[in-house]
Design a protein around this ligand. Structure first.
Ligand SMILES: N[C@@H](CCC(=O)N[C@@H](CS)C(=O)NCC(=O)O)C(=O)O
Length: 218
């Protein structure tokens, strides 16, 4: 059954799902959300909230990046299992996935999206709160990933699919302090992972669109 993915290469949540596709070399058709009205209408028809990514697997619509990855692991498994079959290990993976989405990607998005608001509708108080959340989360993550190869342990997982794009863009929006060596090293290991490197490379042409101005580095 054909897999169709609605998204855009520069979107952090789209990249999160892409990494899972690339890990297991799963074929899909990309429906690029880049201003084509027909694709936009298809997207709105399957997911009225118009968030990306959205996966359509045959007649089944799957929304939310974490659930898309769980869906692939369940219905299109490959050699790299992204959700451990051991339930206790799976809980740790899902916990880290939630931390990266809620406390890294969400405050990062707050900072980035504030920059494209009209200048008289900005929210400096909310942005300052988002920076505080990032600082607290960075410190917690630095301690949590100490001694781990990947975000949730020895195996690359759903948690790393979430970690890679959220840390990538969060470090652009609000740099990870140099003292947090475990977290910074994890970000570098993630960038070297072929599936992540491929998603980052495919997004390179869009860097000029980063609302805060993309730094001259990954
Ligand atoms: N919780 C969602 C978040 C998806 C999300 O925020 N996607 C952003 C792009 S990174 C988006 O669609 N933004 C467009 C919009 O909000 O209209 C997920 O995990 O898939």
């Amino acid at each position: 059954m054909a897999l169709t993915l609605y998204g855009h290469p520069f979107s952090s949540y789209h990249q999160k799902a892409l990494i899972a596709f690339y890990e297991n070399d799963i074929a899909f058709e990309l429906r690029l959300l880049a201003g084509d009205e027909r694709v936009g209408a298809e997207h709105a028809a399957v997911w009225p909230l118009r968030k990306m990514p959205v996966l359509v697997d045959g007649t089944h619509v799957v929304v939310e990046s974490s659930i898309i990855i769980e869906h692939l692991d369940l219905h299109h498994p490959g050699p790299v299992r992204l959700v451990p079959q051991d339930p206790t290990a799976a809980l740790e993976v899902r916990m880290l996935d939630r931390v990266f989405d809620n406390y890294v990607a969400t405050p990062m998005q707050k900072i980035v999206l504030d920059a494209i608001r009209p200048s008289d509708r900005r929210d400096p108080y909310g942005v300052a709160q988002a920076r505080d959340v990032l600082d607290t989360t960075y410190r917690w993550l630095d301690a949590t990933v100490a001694g781990r190869r990947w975000a949730a342990g020895d195996a690359f997982s759903l948690a790393d699919c979430a970690a890679a794009p959220s840390l990538f863009y969060a470090d652009w929006a609000h740099p990870i302090d140099a003292s947090l060596t475990n977290l910074r090293a994890l970000r570098q290991r993630l960038l070297a992972r072929p599936s992540v490197a491929r998603a980052v490379d495919e997004a390179r042409p869009y860097r000029r669109n980063f609302p805060l101005g993309a730094p001259d580095r990954d």
